[in-house]
Write a protein that binds this ligand. Structure first.
Ligand SMILES: Nc1ncnc2c1ncn2[C@@H]1O[C@H](COP(=O)(O)OP(=O)(O)OP(=O)(O)O)[C@@H](O)[C@H]1O
Ligand SMILES: [Mg+2]
Length: 152
């Protein structure tokens, strides 16, 4: 399943992501794709808000993994692979493996920025969100749902 949303402002991106966040059930991996400044962190903030996270969600560029508690006691993890990427290959597989990212996959909802740097580690069942520039203040947001359909 794939759907596209044309966002005309940062606020529209936040609102779209919050609506999505309100529907999510753990465990779930969400891979965020798109170049620098595409809006990956903004989508992560919106998803967190939709999940009921009250804390301020900041970019984990330097902290690598941020952890938030959900209202029902569940966990939201927010990971940014950017700083872990190899300068030549753009890959972060070894570094992110060492960080233990895969152990988080069944523990809650995991948001991964720069997910293309760790493609081999991503579980097949996940949600992909790709952001692309669509003119000043605009982003084309494509969501592809690779989750197995719920039974029944
Ligand atoms: N329609 C839009 N949706 C999302 N962000 C937008 C939009 N229009 C403009 N922007 C701007 O683009 C920037 C997105 O920043 P954000 O930190 O979310 O990007 P990022 O993809 O996480 O970047 P990085 O690769 O550095 O982590 C913000 O400054 C935001 O205001
Ligand atoms: Mg970011």
């Amino acid at each position: 399943m794939s759907e596209t949303f044309l966002s005309e402002s940062p606020e529209a991106t936040l609102a779209w992501a919050a609506r999505l966040g309100a529907t999510l059930k753990p465990p779930l991996v969400i891979a965020l794709f798109g170049p620098l400044g595409a809006g990956k962190t903004l989508v992560a903030k919106g998803i967190a808000a939709g999940l009921g996270v009250r804390e301020v969600v900041t970019s984990p560029t330097f902290i690598l993994i941020n952890e938030y508690e959900l209202p029902d006691g569940g966990r939201l993890y927010h990971v940014d692979c950017y700083r872990l990427r190899d300068e030549k290959t753009g890959e972060a597989v070894a570094a992110v493996k060492a960080l233990g990212l895969e152990e988080l996959f069944d523990r809650g909802i995991v948001l991964i920025e720069w997910a293309d740097a760790v493609r081999p580690l991503l579980p097949a069942e996940r949600v992909d969100i790709t952001l692309a520039d669509a003119g000043p203040g605009r982003r084309r947001i494509t969501l592809t749902d690779h989750r197995r359909p719920a039974p029944g």
